[in-house]
Design a protein around this ligand. Structure first.
Ligand SMILES: Cc1ncc(COP(=O)(O)O)c(C=O)c1O
Length: 391
């Protein structure tokens, strides 16, 4: 066997498997992908273009351009009252994706356990496994709006647990936490001496209350690896740019891995990110307003269709239950795709216990969402009347 065992044992992404079916089909409304339907704001693209014209095509410092790290620190100070040493405590990464990989590789010894809320973003458990750790999934459900509670976390704090992975607003549920809820979780984190890896890539897309970074909670900065990036808020997925902020010792460890495996993030993306931080806030406000409008529409429409859907506090996903249809999520998604040409993600892509759910991304135009809801309505009617969907 040529492939390493730990790689062979990794399950392929369920989202990819489903979207391979979508490829080649025409006129599909796709509510599947987790990326903004907006194009990167023009002044950010222009900055990238002009940097190339001026000949900025070299490597940067391994940690990323000092100006960018300084600007991130200024932004965190103004926005959240947080302060890092931008030379020692901030690292520019190739998206939050690389930040996750570096964080786990930097802190885990073989067999160390990481608590992760379930459902969660599909890469967490595989990345922990690849780093030699053990992912321990904590099931959350609709009754708590898919939130982790201090009580549940504490019940999982057994021997060998080193870290807690938390993502809010959450992909796929849109769940977020108030400051008070986070403070209660922080107490457990402190009591059990955990490191927190906090993925806050959707922080700017929080609709019902102010976002609170985990690192801003009392006593948490020194034990939190704070991950964020430019993909979602600034519609910059293709630039592949993120950052990690945390204790100097951990950032130094992450930087060691990063310098040998990645060297540095692209200078063009870093130039663009600098502009995003300086002037992107107006664009974020416009995109956020639109996502918020869509969220309110789609949650109402799904509940009206009889698919119970909790109100997510952030990101651009809804996670309704399809239990009443009696279908498995993959059958529901395949049937809907073939019969009505609407693509969404079956809950099973996020774990076996999530087969009663589907994930819908509302990073698609309002008109598309309206049309998709009309098609889902038709699909539910077909299935209620026992009409076979074209398979
Ligand atoms: C929760 C979460 N974290 C991280 C990522 C990856 O972000 P990036 O583009 O910064 O690598 C995604 C992308 O969908 C995500 O949903």
């Amino acid at each position: 066997m040529k492939i390493a065992k730990r790689v062979e044992q990794l399950a392929p992404s369920g989202i990819r498997a489903f979207f391979d079916l979508v490829l080649g089909m025409k006129d599909v409304i796709s509510l599947g992908v987790g990326e903004p339907d907006f194009i990167t704001p023009w002044q950010i693209r222009e900055k990238a273009i002009s940097s190339l014209e001026k000949g900025y095509t070299s490597y940067t410092s391994n940690k990323g351009m000092p100006e960018l790290r300084r600007e991130i620190n200024t932004f965190l100070g103004q926005r959240y009252g947080l302060s890092y040493d931008y030379n020692e405590e901030i690292l520019i990464t190739v998206g939050v994706s690389e930040g996750l990989d570096l964080a786990f590789r930097a802190i885990l010894n073989p067999g160390d356990k990481v608590l992760i809320h379930d459902p969660c973003y599909v890469s967490y458990a595989p990345v922990v496994t690849l780093a030699g750790g053990e992912a321990v999934m904590i099931k959350t459900d609709l009754s708590t709006g898919f939130k982790l509670t201090p009580k549940v976390i504490e019940a999982y704090c057994t021997k060998g647990v080193k870290a807690l992975m938390i993502n809010y607003p959450c992909n796929p549920t849109g769940t977020s936490y108030t400051k008070k809820e986070l403070q209660a979780i922080a107490q457990i984190v402190h009591k059990h001496d955990l490191i927190v890896i906090s993925d806050e890539v959707y922080d700017e897309l929080t609709y019902d209350f102010d976002h609170t970074p985990f690192a801003s909670l009392k006593g948490m900065k020194e034990r939190t690896i704070y991950l964020n990036g430019f993909s979602k808020a600034y519609a910059m997925t293709g630039f592949r740019l993120g950052w990690a902020a945390g204790p100097a010792e951990i950032i130094a460890g992450m930087t060691k891995i990063h310098q040998y495996t990645m060297l540095c993030a692209s200078i063009t993306a870093q130039m663009a990110a600098l502009e995003a931080l300086k002037t992107g806030f107006k664009d974020i406000a416009i995109m956020k307003r639109e996502y918020h409008r869509r969220r309110n529409y789609i949650v109402g429409a799904l509940n009206d269709l009889g698919l119970p859907c909790h109100m997510p506090q952030g990101a651009f996903y809804v996670f309704p239950s399809i239990k009443k249809t009696g279908m498995k999520s993959m059958d529901f998604a395949k049937g809907l795709l073939q019969s009505q040409k609407v693509a969404l993600v079956p809950g099973s892509a996020f774990g076996e216990n999530l087969d009663d759910f589907i994930r819908i991304s509302y990073a698609s135009s309002y008109d598309n969402l309206k049309e998709a809801i009309a098609r889902i309505k038709e699909y539910l009617k077909e299935n209620r009347h026992g009409k076979k969907t074209k398979r």
